[in-house]
Design a protein around this ligand. Sequence first.
Ligand SMILES: [Fe+2]
Length: 346
Amino acid sequence: MNQLQFASSTAYIDVLENVLEQSMESRTEWLNSIAAALHSSDVGIVLKIGKLDLGVEKSRQVAHLLADEICRTLQKQIDLPTLYVEHDRRRPVNVGSFQTRTLLPHHDGAHCSYLTPSTLDCTGWNPSHRVLSNEGYSTTHQHKVYQGFFVVDPGYGLSVTPYYPWLKVLRDAFVYRIHSVPSLGQLQKWLGDNIDASITAQPKHHCRYLTLGAALGSRRLVHQGISLHWAEEDFLPAELEVFPELRHYGDAQRLPRIQLLDEVIGETLGMTWSKFRETYEVNVVSERNDLLLGHNIFLVHGGLMGGPTRWLEPICLALDEAAGKNYECWLSATWKQFYDRLQPIS
Ligand SMILES: [Fe+2]
């Protein structure tokens, strides 16, 4: 059992009781600080609407209002004027024969929403590779820059969202595999090569998502081809058809997907899934009627031991297309921001 590391109090933001009666202008400074935190934090943030005890309808109204205002603030602050709020459909928490469900590290909508090089820094990279698949996805086809949800019901399991600093994970994978510390440009190019390799191999692996293993440089087809999302889920018939060797995965100690995840992380970072969690994971707690938002490109997130009655309404800040001058500028500047903050390798 891993020890859990939780986010500091700065991840939790109180909301004023009369927020619906006030103008957006009266809270400009507050919104600016939230937008800045979302843009640069290594964990998600929680707007503590639940503490106001407003009931679900009014709380949802507050959550939608604040998501709109944060989006408008971000449009100016990070110069992405076409960023908008996307409300997606509720998704049930399917636990199968288990009591809870754990989601492994992922970007929401990872068929078209994941970290890529900026073409300002990697001039030869093809930005059409920001979409891995145009079909068969479970969310929507919007590029989700920030992910989040309104908590209608935290459920009978945990209401805990783990976050992982994706650029640090990527840098550490480069160091492990290439045996040198990358410059900012080298790291972007390496990631671009990894994405290109997964797309080239797509006719063989058939995966519609950029997997963790593919992004972190594994060229093994099974690492590129199996998206590890729901920890307790058995391998699907379609996955076993492509990779029959997975039939033998799973034992008394480990779930089949965790066994494969151990292999992926061993190959790309030289550690186990348990060590990965100990090294990178920081958890955020949300309660009934709270709004959680986090970076969906420069962080990956999971979902720890959620119960079957958990009810989340996804609220993302999205773009119709991850392309164009503003996107490339934003991406380049954000790479630099997160890269400059990395601790040197000791
Ligand atoms: Fe998610």
